[in-house]
Design a protein around this ligand. Structure first.
Ligand code: TXA
Ligand code: MG
Length: 320
């Protein structure tokens, strides 16, 4: 069985042996391995049952190490790094030959981030290699925000989980790419709001959706709970799905006509950051409580609202 603990050196020992371990970050827990070792990377794909065409993020602890992994680190990206790292921001930069093609799934850019968690930063400082880490969930399921979430789903396949407490942001990092012409583009909404990024670097290019759903990793279901999730107007959805096995997931207040024990309120005080931090744990709790249907509606589209709405959209039953 997997061991859960706070021993950075123990995690480091397993990683030096080529093993994969669970690590805490402020966004979600990661499934980490040596990012420069193709065997360790292959193990991550295997444990997660992740398709090999979906690349992994490289995690490091200091901007001074970026030139080992990226051929260019332009001033605009450095400005973002200085403002938001360590933090929930990932950058796509042109990769150096030191970065294995398996990590980037053959892409010429590598995704890099410096996470904000004390134990993981200590771990990265001890190691003489960076860590590849996707979210530590089986491919397609909700990302984990506690060590226990990781143990419940991947505990059979990994030797150690470094327990750094609850992930305080609760949504995966926001991904920004450096385009060929030097401009910046949004690739994933996440734990750092677009407003904050644009305050520092001005307007950036929007997400480019892939042309056909078949060829797209971006349109496919992600983050989906086992219960069937419907997104719309709760009162209308309830008319079709009224049942004791239906849960309501809502931003800041309960619906008057529905029993309270079926309702999950993300932030009673109406704080979008708190809602983000609770989202994945609440979806798991709903699954554990044996509800078979979830009715939910979009949150206000400011701050972390759009990133939360993106996760809810992809978690919909019709996207499965
Ligand atoms: O907050 C996070 O980013 C967490 C923690 C553990 O750091 N990690 C995470 O990893 O969410 P993952 O693998 O679940 O999601 C990474 C996303 C994927 O959508 C992947 O396609 C994209 O990053 N990505 C990674 N490398 C890329 C690359 N070279 N080019 C384009 N997209 C890339
Ligand atoms: Mg993931």
């Amino acid at each position: 069985m997997v061991e859960i603990g706070k021993e950075v050196e123990k995690a480091a020992e397993w990683l030096r042996k080529g093993e994969v371990v669970g690590i805490p970050t402020e966004t979600v827990y990661g499934l980490a391995g040596n990012a420069l070792d193709s065997m360790a990377i292959a193990k991550i794909f295997d444990v997660k049952k992740r398709p090999m065409f979906n690349p992994l993020i490289l995690h490091t602890d200091h901007p001074a190490k970026i030139p080992q992994f990226a051929t260019h680190f332009p001033p605009l990206m450095q400005k973002l790094a200085n403002t938001f790292w360590p933090g929930p921001l990932t950058m796509l930069l042109p990769k150096t030959p030191a970065v294995p093609d398996l990590l980037t799934a053959g892409n010429s850019r590598v995704a890099i981030r410096i996470p904000r968690n004390f134990l993981t930063l200590k771990l990265l400082a001890k190691l003489d290699f960076p860590l590849a880490a996707p979210s530590a969930n089986p491919s397609g399921y909700i990302s984990p925000t506690t060590a226990r979430h990781v143990a419940e789903q991947l505990g059979e396949s990994i030797p150690y989980i470094l327990d750094g407490g609850k992930s305080i942001v609760g949504l995966e990092s926001t991904i920004i790419g450096l385009e060929a012409d030097g401009s910046l583009r949004l690739y994933r909404l996440g734990g750092l709001s677009l407003e904050k990024i644009e305050e520092v670097v001005g307007p950036i290019l929007p997400i480019k959706l892939k042309e056909s759903p078949q060829s797209s990793g971006q349109l496919k279901s992600h983050y989906a709970p086992e219960a069937k999730l419907f997104l719309g107007k709760i009162e209308e959805l309830w008319e079709r799905h009224a049942s004791e096995k239906t849960a309501i997931l809502r931003f800041d207040s309960a619906v008057a006509e529905i029993p309270l024990q079926q309702q999950f309120i993300l932030s009673p005080k109406g704080d979008l950051n708190e809602a983000a931090a609770n989202l994945f744990a609440y979806l798991r709790n709903i699954d554990k409580a044996d509800f078979d249907t979830i009715l939910t509606e979009k949150l206000p589209a400011i701050g972390l609202g759009p990133a939360i709405n993106d996760r809810l959209t992809r978690a919909q039953h019709e996207f499965k």
